[in-house]
Design a protein around this ligand. Sequence first.
Ligand SMILES: Nc1ncnc2c1ncn2[C@@H]1O[C@H](COP(=O)(O)OP(=O)(O)OP(=O)(O)O)[C@@H](O)[C@H]1O
Ligand SMILES: [Mg+2]
Length: 391
Amino acid sequence: MKYAIETSALTKRFDDFLAVDTLDMKVKNKSIFGFLGPNGAGKTTTIKMLTCLIKPSSGTAKVGGYDINTDPNEVRQKIGMVPQLVSLYKDLTARENVELCADYYGIGEDEKEDRMNDLMELVDIKYAENKLIKQMSGGQKQKVSVVASLIHRPDVLFLDEPTIGLDPTTKMVLWDLIAELNDNGHTIVLCSHDMYEVDMLCENVGIIDLGKLIAFNTPQGLKDNLIKQKERDLLSQKHILGKIPKEFEKTIETSKLENSRDVHHTIAEQTDSTGNMGLGEDINLKSSEELSFIQEKSKELSIMINNLDEEMVEELKKLDIVYNVIVNDNGRLTVDVDKFVDDGLNNVIQSIVKNNGNITSINTKDPSLEDVFVDLTRKKIVDESNIKEIE
Ligand SMILES: Nc1ncnc2c1ncn2[C@@H]1O[C@H](COP(=O)(O)OP(=O)(O)OP(=O)(O)O)[C@@H](O)[C@H]1O
Ligand SMILES: [Mg+2]
């Protein structure tokens, strides 16, 4: 079996509201798949259909080789589910809850004890096995939920925001567990808003928005697409800019947004020991609140201009989207640009070029999966180029 999950025009309506809209998506067998999307995008609804908790309005899906419409019982045997909101019996203990699950799946008495003990030890919850669920902390309940979902060795495990509210150490235990389960051949579907977690664990990522699949690729593929998109935007601005310096065009076309080794000595000589050129206010006077605001809201660009002057720096500082400009020792500019503005980079370049600046290199930090998520979900349009056919 090549795909653990294969949806065909999977759709869910709640009265007039279309929560999941003709979703076509494939999840490779034995992979970890990240299922992302803004709040209310339709992730949990999709998972509920795939786990046979609710019926699709139309369309269907195969999970573990079985059809969710025609063979729901077979599907249920193949899957495990850690729901977004823990659904355990509050008046029973951890162990009683897990045992109930084991019995539901018909696990034999001889195997049951060992399996329950092993799993509880694995996620480190055995010490609290006799505690009532209602007396447990959020993280403890989450662990019991994971144990219960794994008791019957499901082929496909659905985890709907499993690490939300977990402390960093427990989170890591769960990440290790997810990786280990995957090594043992389980397919994992991970719904999460934690982009670090998804980037680290997932082979492929699907992003849905308003019930539609808007992106499907590897995490790196999504990041590469964003870089290419930004580069295309830059090149398409050429006619507006009029005069992108030759060196810069080359830099973009060859995708070598690397540091220039061409240090401009005149500028370097003008800088003082703090790295300031004496242009504008002293950047060291920024308060820690201001700096953390800048870090949160902005993206850092590093720009080399071989004829940098005071006016260029002043003009850059006037841009609404620029939070901070630092002139470094070697004449390289570090510019903090609002990361939520689409054409921030273009505006910076336009400003420099308008002031006859000759840009020799631009270096942007690689986008994170979070940058990709924000970019794609802000556009509200489906661009097929972001959906990669799975090999
Ligand atoms: N039983 C229901 N009746 C009516 N509308 C519903 C129902 N369940 C979900 N919805 C709606 O469907 C949409 C998708 O909800 P869903 O829970 O799938 O979102 P999600 O992507 O999981 O979001 P989150 O990240 O917040 O968990 C939402 O607008 C929600 O209000
Ligand atoms: Mg949800």
